[in-house]
Design a binder for this molecule. Structure first.
Ligand code: PMP
Length: 428
């Protein structure tokens, strides 16, 4: 296909007329589709429907360590849940704390504690003139929302195919002690689906931050969320690398079963060094008598072990793989070679990240919306909702059906073409 850049003004104008006509036809269909949030579909929720049968009134609700899960007690998780989810977290059971139904909630709590109480005896962040966070971009909007909420200044760090630009990360954290943390989605990142290379993980573990209370917020939300059985990314385990590097306390690691069992009704957990965990438990004793043990028991008895988790993840992959492929196929067929957009083919996670020509993302998303397809707001993948190039668009293909997706993707590429031509014509 001929690149749009190489087309003459007349060629572009003729093409635009055709595409505008097509757009009006699609618009007349009155589509109502949503590709904005990374939600599992009903069919995915049905995969673990059997969880609801694990506990009933005749079930023995005593955990392996002899605790009646209906009652108060057990601050950091029942034995079988810690065993199971330490396998998912790739750390020993004594290195994790089981929480409630959301990992984002743990991240919020963690920042909140750092603000009010500091980290291992450091000055509470709220007492400092300035607190800054590094934010690999594009990234997860809700991470940025938490740091913005607490008034933490966010600094963009560009992503590379190996993870965040580590030269920049090393340089910034070594010089500026007001930089207290970095948000990371190290595996099948949201939204690009990038997995950090071994070298990136090791460079993180070896960081020498100027701030002793600097922490890496390692959100391994998509740790077992592969799309392909025979082509999976591998991520080095960060806690172990930090220990090896003599930096055991550098990282807080988070994950949950939101996209394994039920979003909003799963279980979440945190892994960290002994010193960090000790500090966190002190807060936790004040905060709660304990999290929902019945849900922990339900999860532990249902999944049993890592193999049980992985088996269910294969069923998820079987449902979402065709959806990713439906979108990618349309992108490839319709936009390949035109020079008006780039995307990464992810091997896991929940998103496809699209890079339009500069200054086009907002217009593309608005044009899709006008014809009935809701995309994630352009800019949402950047701190403060501001994409400096106005080019990144996050596509979330898991919720609609493959047929709906094909339709939505057709409209999306049409909008990309029209908006790109408008931009090119403006310069000719
Ligand atoms: N982290 C990332 C990177 C996510 O994409 C999501 C869900 N979209 C979450 C965390 C949310 O996790 P939870 O449901 O456990 O709060």
């Amino acid at each position: 296909m001929k690149s749009y850049e190489k087309m003459s003004k007349e060629e572009l104008e003729t093409l635009k007329k055709e595409l505008d006509k097509k757009y009006e036809e699609v618009k007349a269909k009155g589509l109502k589709l949503d590709m904005s949030r990374g939600k599992p579909s009903k069919a995915q929720l049905d995969i673990t429907a059997g969880m609801m049968d694990v506990l009933d009134s005749s079930t023995d609700l005593v955990s392996e360590d002899g605790v009646d899960c209906r009652n108060y007690g057990v601050l950091d998780g029942i034995k079988e849940a810690k065993r199971l989810f330490s396998q998912m977290a790739e750390v020993p059971p004594e290195k994790i704390i089981m929480y409630g139904n959301s990992s984002l909630n743990i991240m919020y709590d963690t920042i909140s504690r750092c603000m009010t109480h500091g980290v291992l005896g450091s000055t509470p962040w709220m007492k400092l003139d300035k607190v800054k966070f590094l934010c690999p971009v594009p990234g997860y909007d809700r991470h940025f929302a938490i740091t913005e909420y607490f008034g933490i200044e966010m600094i963009n760090v560009p992503m590379t195919p190996e993870g965040p630009d580590m030269d920049m990360v090393e340089e910034l954290v070594s010089k500026d002690d007001s930089i207290k943390g970095i948000w990371c989605v190290p595996k099948y990142s949201n939204p690009q689906g990038i997995t950090y290379s071994d070298e990136t993980v090791r460079r993180f573990a070896r960081l020498k931050p100027a701030a002793e209370d600097f922490r890496i917020f390692w959100d391994n939300a998509y740790c077992i969320h592969h799309l392909y059985e025979d082509d999976q990314d591998f991520l080095l385990e960060i806690l172990e690398e930090c220990e090896k590097a003599g930096n055991p306390d550098l990282v807080y690691k988070f994950a949950s079963t939101s996209k394994v069992s039920f979003p909003g009704s799963g279980v979440a957990f945190l892994a960290a060094s002994d010193r960090n965990l000790e500090e966190i438990r002190k807060q936790l004793t004040i905060q709660t008598i304990g999290h929902d043990k019945l849900n922990q028991l339900r999860h532990a008895r249902y999944f049993k072990d890592l193999a049980g988790l992985k088996a269910k993840m294969r069923e998820h992959a079987d449902i979402i793989r065709p959806k990713f492929e439906a979108v990618l196929e349309v992108l490839e067929n319709e936009l390949g070679g035109l020079g008006i957009g780039e995307w990464i083919k992810p091997k896991g996670g929940y998103f496809i990240s699209f890079e339009s020509m500069e200054g086009c993302a907002k217009k593309i998303v608005a044009k899709c919306k006008e014809a009935g397809v809701i995309m994630t707001n352009a800019g949402a993948t950047f701190p403060y909702g501001k994409d400096p190039k106005d080019s990144n668009i996050r596509i979330a293909p898991t919720f609609p059906t493959p047929e709906e997706l094909a339709e939505a993707a057709e409209l999306f590429v049409l909008c990309v073409k029209i908006v790109s031509i408008e931009k090119l014509l403006a310069t000719k």
